[in-house]
Design a protein around this ligand. Structure first.
Ligand code: AMP
Length: 300
């Protein structure tokens, strides 16, 4: 089924304790699209500048990512992010953010995308996320992501957006920041009271938690010893999750739980190299294989 995503397309610079990369392909919508494309076709809406290499668009096009919703701003620069990971490879500092063309992004959803059944509002200003929703006709499931920047700077917009979405994906520190609750279950409860039917709290190397009125499901991360660059783990997690939901064309609790496992597995591949390098090397077959290893691991 049709899956629409809006979010950032970025040129990232990443420093880890042992290696670094400059100006590599990144962005919330990019990691999401590539991850979701193992499961379904993806409709991408975003903005880039003149410095955006054509090869990045080609790479997405070679997967099942429809890039007709990409806006090119003449004379503009693409969004840039620079981050540095702590030795634990879980905590990171944002050293630089240059919103560039992303700052004035006025999303326009192409006519052919407006009937999208599944919508993911990847990391972007909540005002931008809302404008996308205004242009989608009758979606079956809308899930949003957010981050500390938007919680701190555009809280009112975010609170309005939450009333319009079915699900919210955010990490543990963001859930605490949004709700003021230190206990994650309480924080999840509060998020659900703000509008969404379910919330997925990502806990980095400690996995993820799904909370809805049907109950709580807590899943560990897939144990990989090869963590090279965690950038995009959250977005590729969301891509695997939403891609599977769109492929099944249903979002009941059982499907959501399996979707969480697929998200976990795709994210575990993503962190094994910089940018999208490891995802580029794998196919659906490897994902299904790791899915079954993960399920075996949890048999008690
Ligand atoms: P993640 O590691 O899943 O949190 O995602 C990291 C990606 O998000 C990087 O590729 C960044 O380019 C992108 N990113 C960082 N800050 C923002 C922001 N404020 N808005 C949108 N995307 C961002």
């Amino acid at each position: 089924m049709s899956l629409l995503v809006v979010g950032s397309l970025a040129l990232d610079s990443v420093e880890t304790p042992t290696q670094s990369r400059d100006n590599v392909l990144g962005g919330s919508a990019v990691f999401f699209s590539y991850a979701a494309s193992y499961f379904t076709g993806v409709r991408l809406v975003g903005v880039v500048g003149e410095d955006w290499p054509q090869e990045h668009t080609d790479l997405l096009g070679q997967r099942r990512v429809d890039t007709q919703g990409l806006q090119f701003v003449e004379g503009g620069k693409t969004f840039r992010w620079r981050g540095k990971y702590q030795p634990n490879m879980n905590d990171r500092d944002t050293l630089e953010v240059h919103l560039n063309v992303f700052a004035d992004f006025d999303p326009s959803v192409p006519d052919g995308f407006q009937d999208s059944q599944y919508v993911f509002l990847a990391n972007a200003a909540p005002g931008v996320q809302s404008k996308v929703l205004d242009q989608v006709k009758d979606p079956q499931l809308v899930v949003a992501d957010t981050m500390d920047l938007w919680i701190n700077e555009t809280r009112d917009d975010l609170v309005s957006l939450l009333k319009r979405v079915d699900g919210l994906v955010l990490n543990d520190s963001e859930a605490k920041l949004l709700t003021g609750e230190e206990n994650l279950i309480r924080a999840a409860e509060q998020v659900v009271s703000m509008g969404p039917k379910f919330v997925v709290v990502k806990k980095g190397e400690h996995g993820a938690l799904l909370y809805s009125e049907d109950g709580v499901c807590v899943l560990p991360a897939f144990p990989t010893g090869d963590v090279v660059d965690p950038t995009g783990a959250g977005d590729s997690f969301a891509g695997g999750m939403m891609g599977y939901i769109a492929e099944c064309d249903q979002a009941d609790t059982e499907t959501l739980r399996k979707a969480l496992v697929y998200g976990t597995v795709v994210a575990s591949y993503n962190v094994e190299d910089f940018s999208l390098e490891q995802m580029k090397r794998i196919e659906r077959e490897q994902i299904d294989q790791r899915f079954s290893e993960y399920c075996d691991m949890l048999k008690i």
